[in-house]
Write a new protein. Structure first.
Length: 183
């Protein structure tokens, strides 16, 4: 009987781990749901209004950049729309109002504290994006001009071997030329 309990507990834990997590909605009893319930300034939220007799509506809030058009997006008649929270809005609770037919639906969006970005929004150093030989010049940061490196040992040996081959070729050609001329 002990292994049955372990199996059931393991199955329950697995089911809980694999179950989809429902989004966090904040709704005041009358019906405007906001997800996420506590966005940061500049963030986006989704609005949902169930049981509305109209096929479209407009949501209004001082926290939003502009009024939000809601439309029926599902078969169950729920009005859905997306809003952007103003980037300069202060943290706090803001009312959301939707006129649905003759009824006013209300909700609340709780704007959180502004978050500072962890990294700069744009590059702060030259980006290695190709550019052939000019990339090295750009990376030099203007301190001094980039100068090519002088030939190393490998270049010297290669040059000497090629010069020797050329000398042998010239010598063989002149010997052949003389031997043909005396015939």
């Amino acid at each position: 009987m002990g292994s049955l309990k372990v199996t059931l507990c393991a199955g329950a834990a697995l089911t809980a781990a694999l179950a989809p997590i429902a989004p966090a909605y904040a709704a005041d009893g009358a019906g405007v749901s906001v997800s996420p319930s506590a966005p940061a300034p500049g963030g986006d939220v989704e609005l949902r209004v169930p049981d509305c007799t109209e096929r479209t509506a407009v949501a209004v809030s001082a926290a939003f950049v502009s009024d939000v058009r809601l439309t029926v997006a599902e078969k169950d008649g729920v009005l859905v729309g997306a809003a952007s929270v103003r980037s300069g809005v202060e943290a706090g609770a803001y009312a959301v109002r939707v006129t649905c037919g003759g009824d006013d639906r209300r909700g609340t969006v709780h704007v959180g504290e502004a978050r500072r970005p962890a990294a700069p929004a744009s590059p702060v150093a030259p980006v290695d994006a190709g550019g052939g030989g000019s990339a090295r010049l750009a990376a030099a940061d203007g301190a001094e001009e980039a100068r090519p490196e002088p030939p190393g040992t490998a270049h010297t040996v290669t040059g000497l071997v090629l010069a020797g081959i050329a000398a042998v070729a010239v010598a063989l050609r002149s010997v052949r030329s003389r031997s043909r001329g005396t015939d």
